[in-house]
Design a protein around this ligand. Sequence first.
Ligand code: C2E
Ligand code: CA
Ligand code: CA
Length: 818
Amino acid sequence: LEYRQTGRGIHSAVVLDRSGIIRAVEFKGMDFDDRLGWPHNDIVGRPFMCIHESHDIEQHEVASGVSRVCQRKASQFSYRFKVNRENLGVTYEMKVDHKSAESDDVIVTYEKVAENASVAQNLAKSPDIHLALFEHLPIGILYQDVTGTISLINPVAQRILGCGENLQGKSLPCAVYDTAGIEVPPERYPGSITLRTGEPQKDIVLRIAKEHSAGVWIQANSDVVKDVDSGACTGVLTSFADITTVRETQIALQASTERAQIAVESAGMGVWDWIPEESKMVWDKKLFQLYGYPNEYDVTANDAWHKALYPDDVARVMSESRDMMAKGLNKKIDYRVVLPNGGLRHFRSQARIIKDDKNEVTRVIGVTHDVTNDVMAEKKLWELAYTDALTGVYSRAGLNFRLSRSVARALKNDDRFCVVMMGLTRFKEINDNYGVSVGDKILTEIGRRGKSLMEECDTIARVGGDEFILVLESVSEDELAQFAKKFREVVLQPITLSDELEVSLGAAVGVSIFPDDGYDTSSLQTNAGLAMHTARQNEMQGFMCYSSQMSEEVARKFNLKYQLHGAVKDQEFQLYYQPIIDLDDNNKVIGCEALIRWKDNHGKFVSPMEFIPVVEESGLIYELGKWINFTAVKQWKLWQHLVPDLKYISVNVSPRQLENSRFVDELVDLLREHDVDPCNLQLEITEGTLLQESLNADSILQVLANHGFRIAIDDFGTGYSSLAYLKRFNVDVIKIDRSFIIDIETDQSDRDIVSAILAMNKKLGFKTLVEGVETEKQNQIVHELGCDSAQGYLYGKPTFADEFAEVYIGSGKIFTSQ
Ligand code: C2E
Ligand code: CA
Ligand code: CA
């Protein structure tokens, strides 16, 4: 009873008599009792040490220590020992002491010792420290009695819970929410639960709301406070820490993790995680889906990927990933995967390298997405840009792309390759006559035929309306010639457009060779084009390899063009005149042809055969033609009175002049101005001009004839017209081309042709003039055949006006118009 009143913290007590026999036992807790497993009254009357029989203690030391006190040989003895229960060691301190001076009885007390027993003991002795802790600990402390009334609250708790009100003696007033944001009723506060159930509450996260603020997040713990002696509950102690910062960071982190997850999910990305050292690859659910596996547990990721990779991509992907690991750089890798259903998809993986402190790659994390649609769209765009929609072969852009690759390859391998350019002839004519849809059909067919040669060539492209280019890699000169021949043959075969319509085209082929004829894509194409144009002029051959001479010609033409610009502006030209004689009237001069002459910068005559086409091309011919007509008319004006036999002056008219709508009116005005009769001006129009589709030759000739001009058809026999066709035109003279006269002395067929033309002319009422008579014999033949008039070196070469006047008009000095 005495001990009961004193012993704070004392667990159990045993009373011994002088001889160490147990006289009484008092247990306060269950531990000791359980440990012994004996009802306490059963040990009364037994020797003390039986209590400790099974304990891990120094049996002898304890026995002797206790008996020494019992025998009053020592006043006190104490001993610490540990009892292990359910993994939990409890340390007890045994103290042996005399009950009182008068009594022989010895009392043994057992006290539970905390590990920091000494600190706890010190604290117990220091109320100042208690108070300081209570006041200054950065956690909130709250003690409520059994009714829930706050009887102790420290400043931190007051600040967090108080809302400016002293809570001492009150119950909790604040609004409390759980992590889901739901308001917690007062009976569910941790303290309340503990009070009600006796159960401690651990690490409960709550939000204490305050007006106009997000409030404070706390993590609370509560436990009952028991009366030491009675063990009865006296209240509940709640402690809590302000975890607002941690919680907010946590919430923000969670939000950003969720955002990242949403981003990854909505972008349709799969995520993988590779630990190379362990050859461990983990895929997320999405990645399994992307690769077409219905269930992620069916396959192991690493194997599945290697097996699924498209065989052609394996070597490259492996080398790229080795490279990534070696350099330790993040990388983007594209590859194709064969899905379990056999489909082929394009993927792009973006890998991020993670390294340890030693800068070694420990882990690679990546996202993968299906880029099939992008790849397809890109391919479509590429096709649009690089292929010719009509024929399906490469476009010019596509050709440039292919050619630049050929150049790079040939440079690297020190190799040669050929650029073969093919231009259709007569295509424009057919296109104009039969319409664009027929033209398209022809081009499509040519494209198809070109593609049929693809085994032998690598690239075929359409580069202009009717021009195709093929690229041949590594061919010998023989092979090239054979190929060009074959290509031409393939193209020349008739094309059947419908049951009634079959067309045959002509083709000219030009070739340039890398590196001999050009180092870059553009010069190779230009030079193949030059060769093709040369081949076109040389229809018989149809195939030409580029030579530097062709470029020289182009350069010369360019230079000519430049010089001619100035010449037309400054009227640097001269007209020469060649006599035309009457074969029936003793070869008397009855007219002359005006022929243009021009000296280049070096003072050398350039043939009109060369420069007239250039003037035509640069669009200056109309201006030059006006000067020719003007000069010729003025010349005629001077000569007509002096020589009554001179009936006309003849000028050459280019088709480009006729195309100009002002031509007729301006010519009529010119004659009117100079008071010259149109019948004294002969206009020479070539047979080719009449055949030009773009010119409405029929009506122009009609108009000119109506005005009374003489019309001569020049170079007759070189075109494709027939005399019957000419009947439609109002023509005065047919000038038989020089090519029929050159060999007329020996060639019977030339003679036959000339007589046939003559016969027809007579029938149709045309006069006949022969050009290029150089010999007496020729003169005799054409006379005998019945030609009306003639022109040629035999009668007189073209010469400048003064000389012409002197020689052919006879009488000395004659004023010239130039
Ligand atoms: P073309 O109209 O057939 O002119 C006849 C050409 O044959 C002239 O050459 C003339 O000098 C040449 N010729 C005349 N008789 C003989 C001969 O017996 N033997 C030989 N071998 N040649 C002879 P040219 O003056 O060099 O003119 C060549 C071509 O240039 C002309 O052919 C014509 O198409 C064109 N041309 C000349 N002058 C003019 C012009 O003023 N305007 C236009 N638009 N073209 C012109
Ligand atoms: Ca002529
Ligand atoms: Ca002629």
